[in-house]
Design a protein around this ligand. Structure first.
Ligand code: G3P
Length: 217
């Protein structure tokens, strides 16, 4: 499974990348706005931190605007994957950008039917939002399972990127469901490392060892 960090904060991305196991970054207009810098400059800076897919989202909602923005975002760096919202004009833009060799990440996906349309348009990635479905008492992971099954049934090349993760459990369930990628807020990524029995076990190993050192001193 590839793991991406869902952030536009350079310090947070650098901290995650320092573990050597991060495969990419996803941003969205809200995450970019939080950093308060020029959109393209922030994406360019992120591309300088790691080699991997860097998702940068358009803010146009008409097909011509999305295509034009997508071309400009793609020029920033070869790592850029253009994020396009799953709306009617977005599906048209995905097809046009794909025909120009520009990779797209179709975002704000909340149904398997939407995911079929994105795959048929030639999306590189599809981003079903697990957490936002769970937030309204629907089953986000079930959406991942359904999309993976449908894509496998028809051999669609589009990769499933499990997005809007709220907990490490989402990562586990998305992996069991066969998602190709999980994108995580830093705090969810950090929780993946932790287990109380690991801490207890290590403490006992070291205490026992130190005791033998004293005994043989
Ligand atoms: O960036 C796409 C997605 O991961 C957003 O997640 O937490 O805003 O629902 P969230």
């Amino acid at each position: 499974m590839r793991i991406f960090i869902d952030s536009a904060n350079l310090a947070e991305i650098r901290r995650a990348v320092s573990y050597g196991i991060i495969d990419g970054v996803t941003t969205n207009p809200s995450l970019i706005a939080k950093e308060g810098h020029d959109h393209h400059d922030q994406i360019r800076a992120i591309c300088g931190i790691l080699d991997g897919d860097i998702s940068a989202e358009v803010v146009s909602t008409d097909v011509d605007g999305m295509i034009a923005e997508g071309r400009e975002l793609a020029k920033i760096h070869d790592s850029v994957v253009v994020k396009i919202p799953l709306i009617r004009d977005g599906i048209k833009a995905v097809g046009a950008l794909a025909s120009e060799g520009i990779r797209t990440n179709v975002t704000l996906c909340f149904s398997p039917l939407q995911a079929i349309l994105a795959a048929k348009a030639g999306a590189y990635l599809i981003s079903p939002f697990i957490g936002r479905l769970d937030d309204i008492s629907l089953d986000g992971i079930q959406l991942i399972r359904e999309i993976v099954t449908i894509y496998d049934n028809y051999g669609y090349a589009t990769q499933v990127l499990a997005a809007s993760a709220r907990s490490p459990l989402h990562v586990k369930e998305a992996a069991l469901a066969g998602a190709h990628v999980s994108t995580l807020p830093y705090k969810v990524f950090d929780k993946m490392f932790s287990h109380p029995l690991t801490d207890i076990g290590l403490e006992k190993f070291l205490a026992d060892y130190r005791r033998t050192l004293v005994a043989h001193a």
